[in-house]
Design a protein around this ligand. Structure first.
Ligand SMILES: [Zn+2]
Length: 255
């Protein structure tokens, strides 16, 4: 059985099709998915979806590109939301220097949410793009607040960075990008200990080959598993079993 560790089913591109998507889960061998918030609205939606569907768990938090919109009141609401049923982590939080958003403000929001997660004894799901040095520095400086697990989602960094982050014993999720022609993910995947590997779709984005260009959804997760398996000399099903166990360990699901 597969687990999709990172979805955005409440995105406008998918929300109308959600019942159909979920009804296909049994045929696709999908046991559960983790719906991720990226701002206050999507965090509320994630919590709501988790309350409506048995197979959905929720992660709430504010993505760095939402930085300029997040208020103190939002942080208080986020804390309440994160205490809810089936809310299993804080995320996606982190740094994204691809966009022109003040780096210091991004860092401040990220650190605030790291500390909040620690207060709530929750793991964190990290978004990281074009900001490896600052990420390493922040995580080093705030290591005392990272006690419940850390996951780099849609990891696009190098194998060398995997070594540099090893002091945190992180988990790494890989998505549709590993199926694209030009990618250097195989070395990074091999650098990650096998009990720290996860798979994700990050739907509706990052649709794996051969469906690239279409709207992504969790039923395509087997394509990510098969591709990851090529480098590890495992079948897609074996990757499914491995990442299923790892995902439940990271999010602390006792099923
Ligand atoms: Zn995401």
């Amino acid at each position: 059985m597969y687990i999709d560790s990172h979805t955005h089913l409440s995105d406008d591109l998918l929300i109308g099709d959600i019942d159909k998507i979920i009804s296909d889960f049994s045929e696709s061998g999908i046991e559960m998915v983790f719906e991720i918030g990226s701002d206050m609205a999507s965090s509320r939606s994630a919590a709501k979806l988790a309350s409506q569907y048995d197979c959905i768990y929720a992660v709430v938090g504010c993505h760095p590109i939402a930085t300029d919109d997040v208020t103190e009141a939002d942080m208080l609401e986020l804390e309440q939301l994160a205490k809810g049923d089936k809310i299993v982590a804080l995320g996606e939080i982190g740094l994204d220097y691809h966009y022109d958003i003040d780096h210091n403000r991004q860092k401040a929001l990220f650190v605030k949410q790291i500390i909040l997660a620690d207060k709530l004894s929750l793991p964190i799901v990290v978004h990281l793009r074009d900001a490896y040095q600052d990420m390493e520095q922040i995580l080093t400086e705030n290591k005392q607040y990272i006690n419940n697990g850390i996951l780099f989602h849609c990891y696009s960094g190098s194998a060398e960075m995997v070594d540099r982050f090893a002091f945190l014993d992180p988990y790494y999720a890989f998505g549709g990008a590993i199926t694209f022609k030009k990618n250097n993910r195989e070395l990074a995947i091999k650098a990650v200990p096998q009990d720290r590997l996860l798979i994700e779709t990050d739907c509706p984005y990052m649709t794996p080959v051969p469906f690239r260009g279409k709207v992504n959804n969790p039923n395509y997760i087997y394509l990510v598993a098969e591709k990851m398996g090529e480098g590890l000399r495992m079948s897609g099903e074996e990757v499914g079993v491995l990442t299923n166990i790892n995902t439940k360990r990271f999010y602390r699901i006792n099923k």
